[in-house]
Design a protein around this ligand. Structure first.
Ligand SMILES: C[S@@+](CC[C@H](N)C(=O)[O-])C[C@H]1O[C@@H](n2cnc3c(N)ncnc32)[C@H](O)[C@@H]1O
Ligand code: SF4
Length: 374
């Protein structure tokens, strides 16, 4: 199975923490959307397996009209094999939600929404420079929970000046809607963002790491007690509502990424990424040239990536899979490296699967890199 990903690189305003590729100048959006449709057709032979997930991400794909999405889904049906049931997700910003828009999306074929709430606290939203306020999120959730069965919301923890109590209230507000899925990321200071600049100048003081961890642990405990499964480090879903898109990605399935800055993977060892420039992207596609760079992953790269993504998931990493895919040398290496850490109880074996213990969950990325083949 494969995924199709569309990167829609426009936003109403720039959030201060975000370093995803986007432009706040919307004047070329029609030309760019035409280029994305052309790229889709030009690359339709790159994926032979049936598509199981279509994902509109960005940027802010909720700036697209339902008709534009509907036409694109029709185009996909003409050029790709689709699984009988497939997930079609759209990332939606709270300030774009109206009941007419939601009905239009449903009619267009969207069957899953991911709502970018980030926080229900207005001072957090101001600090982030979000285009919405908390009452718009509440209104959006009210409407979405009545219209869509399958939806997720994004929250950011570890906000500057946030207390554990405030974070708990954020979670409780979200849980009041009983959403089937929540994704939550720690605020990350990315280079070249307004947040980075303000932190460097001392205008914003980051929350100590220990308090960020406390917020994460509280979230895991609270959500698990309510029947959510923490199936990946940052993702929590009710059974039957795990994201197909994300799971395919973590399982190393192939994906085709359309649009500027979109990444693609052939499911084995070739990764491509499109140019991160809207104008150059549009002009190049207009001339029939695909503006991408590519790299071939070595066996070692692929092994290290499997460790990094696998350990973040509830399944951990399989020794058998390592032996079959990477060979006995890697299998032995994994056993040796894991043995060095078993006494600290950060890892444990569950059958042939190596997993991170709950006490060490917050440290997963660092622990995974300790096991890397160097
Ligand atoms: C890039 S946005 C795209 C979707 C939509 N435009 C929005 O803002 O909700 C996807 C998600 O990435 C997360 N994100 C982006 N940059 C982040 C950062 N520096 N720290 C934590 N989360 C971040 C946010 O939670 C956001 O919901
Ligand atoms: S977080 Fe979303 S809305 Fe904000 S700048 Fe990034 S992509 Fe745009």
């Amino acid at each position: 199975m494969s995924n199709l990903y569309f990167h829609y690189p426009f936003c109403k305003q720039a959030c201060h923490y975000c370093n995803f590729h986007f432009s706040t100048s919307l004047k070329n959006k029609v030309n760019l959307w035409d280029a994305m449709k052309k790229e889709l057709i030009l690359r339709s032979k790159e994926i032979s397996l049936p598509i199981e997930s279509i994902y509109f991400g960005g940027g802010s794909p909720s700036l697209l009209r339902p008709k534009e999405i509907e036409d694109l889904i029709q185009l996909i049906k003409l050029h790709f094999k689709l699984k009988q049931r497939f997930e079609v997700t759209l990332e939606i910003n709270p300030d774009d939600v109206t009941s007419a828009y939601l009905s239009g999306l449903k009619k267009a074929g969207i069957n899953r929404l991911s709502l970018g709430v980030q926080s229900f606290i207005d001072k957090d939203l101001l600090l982030m420079n979000r285009a919405h306020n908390s009452s718009q999120s509440l209104n959006a959730l009210e409407l979405i929970s009545k219209t869509f069965t399958n939806y997720s919301l994004d929250l950011i923890y570890g906000m500057p000046n946030s207390s554990l109590k405030q974070w708990e209230q954020n979670l409780e507000t979200a849980l009041g809607f009983n959403p089937p899925h929540i994704s939550s990321y720690a605020l990350t200071v990315e280079e070249k963002t307004a947040l980075h600049h303000k932190v460097k100048k001392g205008d914003i003081i980051l929350l100590p790491e220990e308090e960020v961890e406390n917020q994460y642990q509280l979230m895991v405990k609270k959500l698990e007690s309510l029947g959510y499964i923490n199936y990946e480090f940052s993702n929590f879903g009710k059974p039957e509502f795990f994201s197909v898109n994300n799971q395919n990605y973590w399982n190393g399935k192939s994906y085709l990424g359309i649009g500027p800055a979109a990444h693609s993977f052939d499911g084995t060892n070739i990764r491509k990424w499109n140019i991160s420039n809207n104008k150059l992207y549009t002009n190049s596609i207009k001339e029939g040239k695909l503006p991408f760079e590519e790299e071939e992953l070595t066996l070692k790269d692929r092994y290290n990536e499997y460790l990094m993504t696998g350990l973040r998931t509830i399944h951990g990493i399989s020794l058998l899979h390592v032996q079959e895919t990477f060979g006995d040398r890697y299998g032995m290496y994994l056993e040796e490296q894991a043995a060095r850490h078993l006494s600290e109880k950060f890892f444990f074996w569950d059958g042939d699967h190596l997993k991170v213990s709950s006490k060490a969950k917050f440290l997963t990325d660092g622990l995974a890199s300790d096991l890397f083949m160097v």
